[in-house]
Design a protein around this ligand. Structure first.
Ligand SMILES: [Zn+2]
Length: 336
């Protein structure tokens, strides 16, 4: 007997929470999951944390057919057009990546910001190098375009050429799909084991010096000691400070990262994240929990970026398009 719609959603909630607790896959409100069942697409709400999927109402129902038609007709906001209002928990808005989930034909879609996938996704030869690792799996490399409708259009074009269960999104992350949450999770595990990059080790942060730098200033130390890595590993420092690597960094922490000489902080300093070379990372005290999760993401990605390469950073135009995009502004406002 096929699982009931309620069972599939419950299975998705359990798996989503599991993914959401792993910062190597999901950071803060990033990433999203969905299930198609009984004519509805249930997708994580914008700004919600997958980690909370079991505890709170995080999933938004949409009418799948009207949603697909709206996407095909170029409707500028297909998700709100197809919202199933009578079942939607109050205050929830569908994820900005809803249309991408809709155009994947599989019942369950898991989209994660896997730090290994991001490291491959910014590598200039990432597509070629992954071809070997993902051999035998139906997959596509999707060149970077802005999340939302432009990304959906790019994915639709790729799926027209050949069906796929795995999408590596350049400068962004990973999408896997299956006929049930369990099947999609199995595939995600398989892909992650094939693309896994062991993080480079890094020296210990100079906590005492960092504390002294913040005295009387609106800065604090990050909670997770792994955040300090890019300031302590010279190759990471070079790689992460050369530009913006992926959208969520820009949206939550601004373009690039700010390096700070090892001197007392300027009172005027407002950067959300500071790297003090040889010492560690400092965060502005106003930073939201999601923004702090993005700071950890940067560190985890940095330790996996390939040494000696020049990563493909987002171009200035791409940065501008993200910063002027309403949906991301909304998501950011939820976490401020
Ligand atoms: Zn994403």
């Amino acid at each position: 007997m096929p699982p009931s719609p309620k069972d599939s959603l419950q299975e998705l909630r359990i798996i989503s929470a599991q993914l959401g607790r792993n910062p190597e896959l999901v950071q803060g409100a990033g990433g999203n999951t969905s299930i198609k069942s009984d004519g509805l697409l249930w997708i994580k709400g914008s700004g919600r944390w997958l980690a909370d999927a079991e505890k709170a109402d995080c999933f938004v129902p949409l009418e799948l057919q009207p949603l697909l038609e709206a996407v095909q007709n170029g409707h500028e906001d297909p998700a709100s057009f197809a919202l199933c209002r009578e079942l939607c928990p109050p205050g929830l808005r569908p994820s900005v990546e809803t249309s991408l989930h809709a155009v994947m034909p599989q019942a369950c879609v898991l989209h994660v910001h896997s730090v290994s996938a991001i490291a491959w996704g910014v590598h200039p030869q990432g597509r070629v190098l992954l071809s070997e690792r993902l051999k035998g799996l139906p997959w596509h490399w999707i060149p970077y375009v802005r999340p939302g409708l432009p990304l959906t259009a790019e994915v639709s074009r790729a799926l027209e050429r050949a069906p796929a269960d795995v999408l590596v999104l350049a400068n962004h992350g990973l999408v896997v799909a299956g006929e049930s949450p369990r099947e999609a999770l199995e595939l995600l595990r398989e892909v992650e084991s094939r693309i896994n990059i062991a993080p480079r080790p890094f020296p210990v942060a100079d906590i005492e010096r960092l504390k002294r730098l913040t005295e009387g200033r609106p800065y604090r130390l990050p909670q997770d000691p792994r955040c300090h890595a890019p300031a302590l590993d010279p190759e990471s420092l070079r790689l992460v400070s050369g530009g913006t690597l992926y959208p969520d960094h820009l949206v939550f922490l601004g373009p690039g990262v700010r390096l700070l000489p090892d001197t007392p902080l300027d009172v005027e300093e407002r950067a959300p994240l500071l790297l003090v070379p040889g010492r560690g990372m400092l965060l502005h005290e106003s930073l939201s929990p999601t923004a702090e999760a993005m700071a950890l993401c940067l560190a985890l990605v940095g330790q996996r970026l390939h040494m000696g390469v020049v990563p493909c950073y987002l171009e200035q135009e791409a940065e501008w398009a993200l910063l002027n995009w309403d949906a991301e502004a909304y998501r950011k406002s939820l976490n401020s």
